[in-house]
Write a protein that binds this ligand. Structure first.
Ligand code: 13P
Length: 287
């Protein structure tokens, strides 16, 4: 069964750890993440960008795949299926398809429009028991062709959006998607502390989890971050493991490039990466 992210994030906030959101792109990634969560006895959030949603045939296919895996792999830990950086239309489509958690990213709209659109989704999500993530202050880097500037969110605007009744809030604190540049100044903990002061108990979300030094991750958790998103790091290890397999000419050993064998090293690499992150975020054993 899929669950809303609300309870797992409230527990994480109270217990001073974070639940990982790992983005999925295909069956192998999904299976690797679910099996690792079960092995680690950790709650988990599966993130789906709109681009990945299209790639995997559409949102109903994903709901069917994930629910099927939970049953067939005997997954007992809490699993939330979450739209990552959704548009307003995408959010509605995922709600209809049976996602248990939604992010509406209105950070590129003027704050009034972000508030109006987020408000329109709060009630629906509430009635259906779906968790809702809102965003204030665009996260930098590139996500499905959308490039943000890595802003620091205005703490007062964060409060305005948190007060709408969303489940969790993603607020820009100098974090960006993808690899961080050499001259990156690090997370703005001043901004994070001010946001926390304004939003009180609201679980905060840290996007761009790839490449943030471990000590900054831990400090962010201590200041109220309860959900951390990771995507690029999984892509990098998956790509590297697959490249190595091909370069080592494993097909020459008589098995051919059977897609199941070709993708197996990447699958194992994702499992190892997800476990490493769950240990760092402190969610192991928290299911
Ligand atoms: P990274 O790709 O930097 O890990 O960020 C993932 C993310 O924040 C998805 O929303």
């Amino acid at each position: 069964m899929l669950v809303s992210a609300k309870e797992m994030l409230n527990k994480a906030r109270d217990g001073k750890y974070a639940v990982g959101q790992f983005n999925i792109n295909n069956l192998e990634w999904t299976k690797a993440i679910l099996l690792t969560a079960e092995e680690c006895k950790s709650p988990v959030i599966l993130g789906v960008s709109e681009g990945a949603g299209k790639y995997m045939c559409g949102y109903s296919t994903i709901v069917g795949m994930v629910k099927g895996m939970i049953e067939n792999l005997h997954i007992t830990v809490p699993v939330a299926l979450h739209l990552d950086h959704g548009t307003f239309e995408g959010a509605k489509a995922c709600i209809n398809a049976g996602f248990s958690s939604i992010m509406f990213d209105g950070s590129h709209y003027p704050i009034e429009e972000n508030i109006a659109k987020t408000t329109a989704l709060v009630n629906t999500c509430d009635v259906l028991g779906i968790s809702l993530e809102a965003e204030v202050g665009a996260i930098g880097g590139e996500e499905d062709g959308v490039v943000g500037m890595g802003e620091c969110a205005d703490p007062k605007e964060c409060k305005m959006v948190a007060d709408l009744g969303v489940t969790m809030l993603a607020a820009g604190i100098g974090n960006i998607h993808g690899k961080y540049p050499e001259n990156w100044a690090g997370l703005s903990f001043d901004t994070l502390a001010k946001i926390k002061e304004e939003v009180g108990d609201m679980p905060l979300v840290l996007h761009g989890g790839t490449g943030i030094p471990d000590d900054q991750i831990k400090k962010a958790i201590s200041l109220g971050v309860a959900k951390i998103n990771v995507n690029t790091e999984c892509q990098l290890v998956f790509q590297e493991a697959t490249r190595k397999y091909i370069e080592e000419g494993k097909d020459l050993q008589g098995k051919g490039f059977d897609p199941r064998k070709l993708l197996a090293p990447g699958f194992e690499a994702i499992k190892a990466k997800v476990k490493e992150k769950m240990e760092l975020f402190g969610s192991v054993g928290k299911a």
